[in-house]
Design a protein around this ligand. Structure first.
Ligand code: C5P
Length: 341
């Protein structure tokens, strides 16, 4: 006995197509029911999985990259700024490309050549750690960082406690702590500096050197040993107190990357504060920014002192542009920007 069968294209008459005996048709119906059941089971499984792991559905990531509520790298923020593989710090194995050296030497009119640079770097690594002391990213860790600039808007801000809650607190140059704890906190895990802005550190803080010329690299070696005797455009500390095992030196290629990819080459070169901000985006999972912004006259005045030079403005740096970039990232919810009072 033959009946109508269901072909791929729907209901067909038995005479037109190949016919099935009735028990085979029954088997085929059972198979379809099983397939439907398995399909529904699969869809339910996926739905339950996505509800349980919401991050996976957002970013198609197999695993959380950090333990913060939101991790900076999940946003691919750095991918929008070109070369994410640029090494923020110099290490013993790293070789600076000569074209980058040629860009870097113009920042502060370096007259000495590439070989002299290489000799100074090699000597430096005889004394300091061959690679930077950084905390690796981990799904178990939330590396929260406070980047603290020196703006006068920190005065009476009462940000001190909030700043101290971060794992990493990065301060800059001569940014005072003593006497300003209520507004700026007490913790300093990192202090960025160059010879002309250097201050002594305690044994637990990282000294992060921004080298702008070969002399700065030589200064580091000298200031930690017999004393630096060279001359710069202003007096520099001949000796420095800091933990030599916590010294890190910023890579000139990173400075060029910030100038090219973040600032579209605006300004002569990026300010120490802006480079520190981008540095934080590279080494932290969460970045909160404090102490950036000129005063009402457009000067980069400091929270601990009365401005002496009313013509200071933002020096050779594109202060407004740098500020706008930080502000825009905050508006997009990538970072938090505390603009003070
Ligand atoms: O003045 P100083 O260079 O020590 O400040 C460190 C950084 O803080 C600057 O490079 C700048 O990026 C930022 N700054 C600021 N507004 C100020 C003072 C400093 O944004 N009023």
């Amino acid at each position: 006995m033959f009946i109508k069968s269901f072909g791929r294209s729907g209901l067909t008459l038995g005479s037109d197509r190949k016919m099935f005996p009735i028990h085979k048709c029954h088997q085929s119906k059972m198979m379809s029911k099983w397939k439907m059941f398995l399909f529904l089971l699969f869809v339910t499984g996926i739905a339950v999985f996505i509800r349980t792991y919401p991050r996976l559905s957002d970013g198609f990531q197999l695993q959380d990259v950090c333990a913060c509520e939101k991790c900076l790298t999940e946003d691919n923020l750095l991918l929008h700024h070109g070369n994410t593989s640029v090494q923020p710090f110099l290490s013993m194995q790293y070789n600076l490309p000569e074209d980058v050296f040629n860009w870097w030497k113009r920042l502060q009119a370096e007259v000495r050549n590439f070989n002299t640079y290489k000799t100074a770097v090699a000597r430096m690594f005889q004394m300091f750690p061959p690679s930077p002391d950084l905390i690796e990213q981990s799904p178990e860790l939330c590396r929260s960082c406070a980047v603290v600039g020196n703006s006068g808007n920190l005065r009476r801000s009462h940000y001190g406690h909030l700043i101290d809650t971060h794992d990493v607190v990065i301060r800059m140059n001569g940014g005072r702590v003593e006497g300003f704890e209520k507004d700026v906190g007490t913790k300093t895990t990192h202090r960025v500096m160059y010879p002309e802005s250097a201050i002594d550190l305690d044994d637990t803080s990282h000294l992060v050197l921004f080298p702008f010329k070969i002399l700065d690299i030589e200064w580091l070696t000298g200031a930690f040993t017999t004393g630096f005797t060279g001359k710069s455009y202003m007096p520099v500390k001949t000796k420095i107190k800091a933990n030599k095992y916590l010294v890190m030196v910023v890579n000139p290629a990173f400075m060029k990357y910030v100038h090219d990819q973040w600032l579209d080459n605006k300004g002569k070169y990026p300010s120490t504060g802006f480079m520190t901000f981008v540095l934080a985006l590279h080494i932290c999972d969460e970045v909160n920014v404090f102490g950036y912004g000129a005063d009402t006259d457009g000067n980069w005045s400091h929270y601990w002192e009365k401005l002496k030079d009313k013509m200071l403005k933002t020096g050779v740096h594109s202060g407004h542009h740098e500020y706008d970039i930080i502000k825009q990232l905050a508006e997009k919810g990538k970072i938090q920007f505390f603009t003070g009072v």
